[in-house]
Write a protein that binds this ligand. Structure first.
Ligand SMILES: Nc1ncnc2c1ncn2[C@@H]1O[C@H](COP(=O)(O)OP(=O)(O)OP(=O)(O)O)[C@@H](O)[C@H]1O
Ligand SMILES: [Mg+2]
Length: 257
């Protein structure tokens, strides 16, 4: 992954709770930045990175992810105190998504649709990473150049907020899939599942986890490398138990017919 340096805080994107911002960087690109100093903390960035890269490995379009280095002078004179505090608490590495200019949010009422292949893979993906934020109310799915782009994976992998109870969640069927906004088009889940299982294996997941900066995951109890192994164990167990959430997703889809 590339690292860019933030040169200008351009705009606050106030839709969600995490206060992402549109930032210009030293490569002259614009990025939607998730800040480490925001309410949900660094774990939301871990979810965005790990789940986002898993989605990309599954063939879904996820905007390029980059590390965004924030230095102490960025936004120092911003008129908004909340933004100044956020940037001050985020000095160092943050996570940026390539900004897709002119993209619009997926809207079924406006006639947007998805192919069975993409919809089925998206359903499998979100069930695997346990992302509840892909609903009609909160689509987190951008249409750009006629392609569906998956953004905002920050709520995925929620088990990492409580490792004590994580073990019991790896095999969950993810009934929340019933509200997935692409479920109506997901008519080929068995094929998507077979493809997903052939694409994701331990080496792929290990490679993705290796990119997570130490500072985002280390704690007094666990070193960064121990924590990466915890994630790997969890994800491998979820993969081994994928029949549970695949069957649930197929049942939920059939119920819509
Ligand atoms: N890569 C992108 N290109 C263009 N617009 C984007 C991009 N990423 C996000 N946006 C816009 O910014 C909004 C907020 O981004 P995002 O959904 O990632 O965060 P959020 O919803 O504020 O987070 P949360 O609700 O989880 O706190 C999106 O709804 C979308 O309109
Ligand atoms: Mg969002």
């Amino acid at each position: 992954m590339r690292t860019v340096r933030a040169t200008r805080y351009a705009l606050a994107l106030r839709e969600g709770g995490s206060l992402p911002g549109l930032v210009e960087a030293d490569d002259l690109g614009f990025y939607v930045v998730k800040f480490r100093g925001a309410g949900q903390g660094a774990l939301a960035l871990v979810a965005e990175l790990v789940a986002g890269e898993i989605g990309r490995r599954l063939g879904l379009a996820v905007p390029e992810l980059v590390f965004v280095d924030v230095d102490p002078v960025l936004g120092r004179n911003d008129p908004d105190a909340e933004i100044r505090h956020l940037l001050k608490a985020s000095v160092g590495l943050n996570l940026g998504l390539d900004y897709l200019p002119g993209s619009i949010m997926f809207d079924r009422q406006a006639g947007d649709t998805a192919s069975p292949e993409i919809a089925s893979m998206a359903v499998w993906f979100d069930a695997f990473v346990q992302n509840v934020d892909r609903t009609a109310r909160n689509p987190n799915l951008l249409v750009w150049h006629r392609t569906l782009h998956f953004i905002d994976q920050g709520a995925a992998l929620y088990f990492h907020h409580n490792w004590q109870t994580a073990a019991s969640k790896a095999e969950s069927a993810f009934p929340e899939v019933a509200k997935h906004l692409l479920l109506p088009w997901a008519s080929t889940i068995p094929e998507a599942a077979a493809q997903a299982r052939s694409l994701l294996h331990a080496d792929v997941l290990r490679d993705i986890l290796a990119r997570v900066p130490d500072a985002w995951i280390e704690s007094e109890q666990r070193t960064a490398q121990e924590r990466r192994n915890d994630y790997l164990d969890y994800l491998m167990r979820r993969l081994a138990a994928s029949a549970h959430f695949e069957e649930e997703a197929i049942r939920s889809h059939d119920r819509l017919l």
